[in-house]
Design a protein around this ligand. Sequence first.
Ligand SMILES: NC(=O)c1ccc[n+]([C@@H]2O[C@H](COP(=O)([O-])OP(=O)(O)OC[C@H]3O[C@@H](n4cnc5c(N)ncnc54)[C@H](OP(=O)(O)O)[C@@H]3O)[C@@H](O)[C@H]2O)c1
Length: 324
Amino acid sequence: MQTYQVPRADLEVSRIGYGCMNLGGSWDHAPLTGAEKTRAAKVVATACEQGITLFDHADIYTHGKSEMVFGEVLRQDPGLREKIVVQSKCGILFEDQPRSGAPGRYDFSYEHILRSVEGSLSRLGTDRLDILLLHRPDPLVEPEEVARAFGELHRRGWVRFFGVSNHTPAQIELLQKYVDRPLVINQIEINLLHSHVINEGIIANQEGGSYTAAAGTLDYCRSQGILIQAWSPVAVGKLIAPSDQEDERVRDAAARVRKLAQEKATSPEAIALAWLLRHPAPIQPIIGTTNPERVVASCLADGITLSREEWYSLFVAARGAPVP
Ligand SMILES: NC(=O)c1ccc[n+]([C@@H]2O[C@H](COP(=O)([O-])OP(=O)(O)OC[C@H]3O[C@@H](n4cnc5c(N)ncnc54)[C@H](OP(=O)(O)O)[C@@H]3O)[C@@H](O)[C@H]2O)c1
């Protein structure tokens, strides 16, 4: 697997990352089962065999069970921790936390950030996170407070590098004005069916075109040296095996992906991911399948470079209209 050097960080990561959101079973507080532990061990082992070195977590995934089951995998293979990059996120609280009646919300307070990282470290059974991301922008953010929290986390050796997720250029700039360490990652949703951050640059000045609030995110991150990570890179399977209920645009895009996969004697997963890898930003897809065979099928993307024509043929099919 080829790698990216994370700009402004002493960190090398595989071009494709593995997202652990779907490990640990269902989103409840039931104890981890043996089957979930076995499943996590198998898929993580396959990801490692394929050359994946970046593992993405969040404090909230399966209510902490995802980090817990990953911690179990690390305990079973003591050499593994030093070979991989462990990333987690904080800042989301579900409703009824910590007491009944509390709304779902975001919390970038100093106390919450520190408490969250302490919980992640304990569940993962590690002494440090390589990367911590703020999960979703908090409208009540006090950037000075985030700066204080990040400073303390770094001073304690709990977190090496920092970044954000689902943030706009303006939100990143506000944070970066106060945070003295570079924000090195922005993890956002990008796939062929959800390509607003790519499409907006094309339709900006068109009749009926519009800017999203995330306008310029890709170019901004690229110019600032912030590595873009793409979550849901195969649109939760819709690009690979769309159900009959999906609309025509989705089925057309999936058909185009399948056809190109046949022509290139590879998997549809590889084509959908190669489309992201072809972007020069660059983009690091974070795959979320828990199926080892799909992990292998996905990693074939590393050996494929789409031509400009191939890239555009997928893009045009997925946007449902030719480029202007
Ligand atoms: N920052 C954020 O706000 C945010 C939000 C969402 C996710 N994420 C991160 O991004 C990672 C990936 O997200 P994702 O799980 O939505 O990504 P994805 O790779 O697009 O989708 C994987 C999901 O699709 C399912 N799927 C069904 N059919 C499939 C097929 N034929 N091929 C591949 N997958 C198929 C998988 O099920 P099987 O397991 O059965 O294969 C799995 O549940 C997460 O694990 C998490 O780390 C971040």
